[in-house]
Write a protein that binds this ligand. Structure first.
Ligand SMILES: C[S@@+](CC[C@H](N)C(=O)[O-])C[C@H]1O[C@@H](n2cnc3c(N)ncnc32)[C@H](O)[C@@H]1O
Length: 879
């Protein structure tokens, strides 16, 4: 049986190689490649044995299309003329799959053939085939290797990240680059690095054994195709002088490798110590984001906050570029075919929630000129976004097609008034790309609830994230299907009848590495589709469609609004003490770490939220779909023209923190209350443990309002002004019926202002603010799924305390600030039209989607004054 399975796996490899060979051959002959096949085949039965495809018939094997062509052959091939005619005959070398021994440095120029060969390796059909090969090889080796040795590989694999870190941190890749293909003797390398040559040879040999470097001759090592992509492009001399800026303006892969093999690797080692009760030290583990990282580094503060501690400056600087390095997870442009964008009416609004500097929106805005975009992120990030778009496509901002809005996604969505529209717009799409994997479940519920309550019946939620398949055939789906089918659910990714693991094992390992990385660092996670479906239902969103790119676990899930489980509504309600009075001391804005920030600058989150710091390249904008086989710029090549610019605006940590304070160093913030206006001086009439200011101004309320607001608007930074105003205005309107969504602070008798609360105090507060019982969330979920029996009612969920308006946080931007001037493109230019039609063509090929009707929605809406987005561009007015 085993041998049969091995033969079956072997046959699968043969077929996959045939597929790859054919695509390279087609590309060599300049013939359009076959249209990529639809995403994953859904297995109906795992029982049909996998059989090798029959060899091509004689008819197929004409000279031009022989899939087994010798790679050294140099055929004559007609190149097509401008009009598609025959053109002139030229010599063309057959394209070959890139060789493992040949470095392909990201920052060097290569022959067109080498570029094309590398680019084709990202072709969706090639990726699908290589996935099958990697999965099969992994499974064959697990089958035939001695189990003890396989376990040794797993148990001692920790040396691999250690040696990889050595390779990267010692800049050996850059040194070996100078040695060329003949490599360098460890003796010479030892002189460069001042490290014992014996140690060097053994480290490099371990890496060579895992195909990460190459031992050319005894003790002589060279880079290969794998080590080469870590090359920063800097000279060894430059790096020896100072390696501080090694990752600036690179493709970020070296930074990502350094991040993974440093604190993320060390954190993972403490997984057992953190999770097993008998090992757990309990220190700080009540914090919702407590993770192995905290045990490893003996700290109770969350990762991002820790990154900003003195001593971690280099790590902090590295984080932004490292995120840029992860761009390869998603197939470029997959978002374009992930949703029927062309079906949206002209002027439809897409709100990119946590949209960073708008990389995804920019791609969509260029491809779909009929859509409008609002990109929301933390104020500092939104500010970078505005700068980046002003450089690249100012017309989008000026025409009102796109706008940035500083907004904390843990707060209610403000109504949006786009320039030219008389009423607030209801978004057609809320887009959330790689947001949910950053947060534990209860945080995701809260974010999605805020979107849900402001959604219209036609609004859709588009989630882009890894979707983890099970490692086995998903039999439970059959049961699920009988009731309410889970669209896009996949029983297996393996070709029908093959003995491959259902999730393609080693081929897809990266998504599972990421899952554990999020766990080990933030107590967050990647999720299965079932987990996502259950989680979104807790917030009144139902997933109705899922689209995967070929060969990728990155998926796009479309959800529609459904009824919000009544238990979830409690998460939005105003907190009341037993006596019914509003709670008193929960001010502050929530940060990723669950901490409470004050305007007076306690916790600096800055650019360390995983924001991608690059906008899409011009090539990506021009050729947005991955199905286009022509973009011969591989993703791992740094954009030379985006690396430097005379106009690049660099925001230094000093400058960034300056902008969060006024000239006198006072914090910029606002406090609102649902209590009557205080008689006394508001400066001393309001007590908040986290807000301290000396410049409070009382905002008079309309006559019929029983609320008041206290603020320091003259010190509110531009980027926060819209949000700040919205909060104040809504606070001053008459109280709506039903749940109060706005934060409230209790006026207190005049007190002497205490000193700034300690960070420990804030952390403690954060734990209280986010104390959800796991049981409550689980039962919420069951309720949402409708599986709770009447005899087991949903236990009440502790109400979430109120959130104060997000206060600006001092910023210490180290990445994302080097934004460059690019060629300006107009959305209605000819190119834009061409893009739309090419997008239309590619969308026509999309598979059909399930069209589900919307369930009736019962959500209470708030009476809140709309936010005019064009106001965001105006200078702040002193109130
Ligand atoms: C992993 S990045 C994703 C960025 C963007 N969607 C993309 O695909 O490139 C997570 C984003 O969430 C943003 N973020 C984190 N906390 C936030 C909050 N409370 N409110 C709004 N945005 C937040 C970060 O600034 C960051 O831009």
């Amino acid at each position: 049986m085993s041998l049969a399975a091995l033969r079956s796996l072997h046959a699968l490899i043969g077929d996959a190689l045939d597929d790859i060979e054919r695509i390279y051959q087609d590309a060599s002959l300049d013939v359009p490649a076959t249209t990529p096949t639809t995403p994953y085949t859904v297995l109906t039965s795992p029982c049909t044995p996998y059989r090798r495809r029959p060899p091509p018939s004689d008819e197929d094997e004409d000279d031009d299309h022989n899939p087994r062509f010798p790679t050294s052959q140099v055929p004559k091939t007609p190149s097509r003329g401008r009009d598609g005619g025959p053109g002139v005959s030229v010599d063309l070398r057959m394209l070959d799959f890139p060789a493992l021994d040949s470095p392909y440095y990201p920052t060097e120029s290569h022959s067109p053939e080498a570029d094309a060969a590398e680019s084709l390796a990202s072709h969706p059909d090639v990726m699908a085939a290589t996935n099958r090969i990697v999965a099969a090889c992994g499974q064959i080796s697990a089958t035939v290797h001695r189990p003890f040795l396989t376990l040794c590989d797993a148990a001692m694999g920790y040396h691999l990240p250690a040696c990889l870190r050595f390779l990267e941190a010692s800049h050996t890749v850059e040194i070996l680059r100078t040695a060329g293909p003949n490599g360098m003797h460890v003796r010479e390398l030892s002189r460069h690095l001042d490290v014992d040559e014996g140690k060097l040879s053994h480290i490099l040999r371990l890496l060579a054994t895992h195909h990460i470097t190459r031992e050319v001759r005894p003790n002589v090592f060279a880079n290969n195709r794998i080590s080469a992509i870590i090359d920063s492009g800097r000279s060894p001399e430059e790096l020896r002088r100072s390696s501080q800026n090694k990752y600036e303006n690179t493709n970020g892969i070296a930074a990502f490798i350094n991040l993974c093999t440093d604190e993320l690797f060390k954190s993972s080692a403490y997984l057992v110590d953190c999770y097993l009760p008998s090992f757990s030290t309990k220190k700080g583990d009540e914090h919702p984001m407590h993770a192995p990282f905290n045990v490893a580094f003996d700290t109770s503060i969350p990762y991002f906050e820790w990154l900003e501690q003195p001593g971690n400056e280099a790590r902090l600087r590295r984080f932004g570029p490292a995120m840029t390095g992860t761009a390869a997870w998603e197939v470029p442009g997959a978002i374009v075919s992930a949703f029927p964008w062309l079906d949206l009416p002209a002027g439809a609004l897409v709100v990119d929630v946590g949209g960073g500097i708008g990389s995804t929106s920019m791609l969509l805005a260029h491809t779909f000129p009929h859509l409008k975009f609002v990109i929301q992120d933390r104020p500092q990030v939104a500010e970078h976004g505005v700068n980046a778009w002003r450089e690249r496509c100012p017309e989008m901002l000026e025409s009102g097609r796109a706008a940035f809005l500083g907004h904390d996604f843990f707060l209610p969505q403000p109504p949006l008034l786009m320039p030219g529209s008389a009423k607030p717009m209801t978004p057609s799409i809320y887009l959330m790309r790689v947001i949910t994997h950053d947060w534990p479940d209860e945080f995701v519920t809260k974010i999605l609830l805020n979107l849900r309550v402001s959604a219209g019946p036609e609004t859709k939620l588009l989630l882009a994230d890894h979707i983890l398949p099970l490692a086995c055939y998903d039999e439970d789906l059959d049961e699920d299907m009988s009731e309410d089918p889970l669209p896009g659910a996949i029983r297996s990714l393996a070709p029908e009848g093959s003995p491959l693991l259902a999730n393609l094992g080693k081929a897809n390992a990266n998504a599972y590495w990421m899952d554990l990385t999020m766990r080990a660092t933030f107590n967050a996670q990647e999720r299965t589709l079932r987990e996502m479906a259950a989680l979104t239902l807790t917030a009144g969103w139902k997933i109705v469609d899922v689209v995967h790119a070929e060969g990728s676990l990155f998926g796009h899930m479309t959800a529609v609004p459904v009824e919000i489980p009544s238990a979830s509504m409690a998460l939005l309600g105003p907190p009341h003490s037993a006596a019914g009075a509003p709670t008193t001391d929960q001010g502050g804005a929530r940060t990723r770490s669950g901490s409470v920030t004050s305007g007076s600058g306690t916790i600096r989150m800055d650019s360390t939220f995983g924001t991608l710091s690059s906008l899409p390249t011009e090539e990506a904008i021009r050729k947005p779909t991955r199905k286009d086989r022509r973009p011969l710029i591989p993703w791992w090549r740094g954009r030379k023209d985006s690396q430097t610019s005379k106009n690049a605006k660099v925001i230094t940590p000093e400058r960034a923190s300056d902008v969060a304070k006024d000239q006198k160093g006072r914090p910029r913030l606002a406090i609102v209350t649902n209590s009557p206006a205080p008689e006394a001086n508001p400066r001393v009439s309001f007590r908040s443990p986290t807000f301290r200011t000396s410049s409070m101004v009382h905002i008079p309320a309309p006559p019929d309002s029983d609320r008041t607001a206290v603020s320091s608007p003259e010190t509110t930074p531009d980027s926060c002004k819209v949000e700040h105003n919205a909060i104040l205005q809504s606070a001053l309107l008459p109280a709506p019926e039903g749940p109060m969504l706005l934060p409230a602070l209790e006026p207190a008798p005049p007190v002497k202002l205490r000193s700034q609360p300690s960070r420990t105090g804030l952390r403690k507060k954060a734990s209280q603010v986010f104390e959800f019982s796991k049981a409550s969330v689980a039962s919420l979920r069951s309720a949402a799924l409708g599986v709770t029996s009447p005899s087991s009612p949903v236990p009440p969920v502790p109400p979430i305390p109120p959130l104060a308006p997000s206060s600006p946080r001092p910023s210490a931007t180290t990445h994302g600030a080097e934004l460059t001037r690019e060629t300006t493109r107009h959305p209605h230019s000819e190119e834009g039209g061409g893009l739309a039609s090419s997008a239309l063509k590619s969308l026509k090929k999309m598979r059909s989607r399930s069209q589900l009707g919307l369930s009736p929605v019962s959500v209470e809406t708030r009476a809140v004054r709309p936010v005019r987005l064009d106001e965001a561009r105006q200078e702040p007015e002193a109130d």
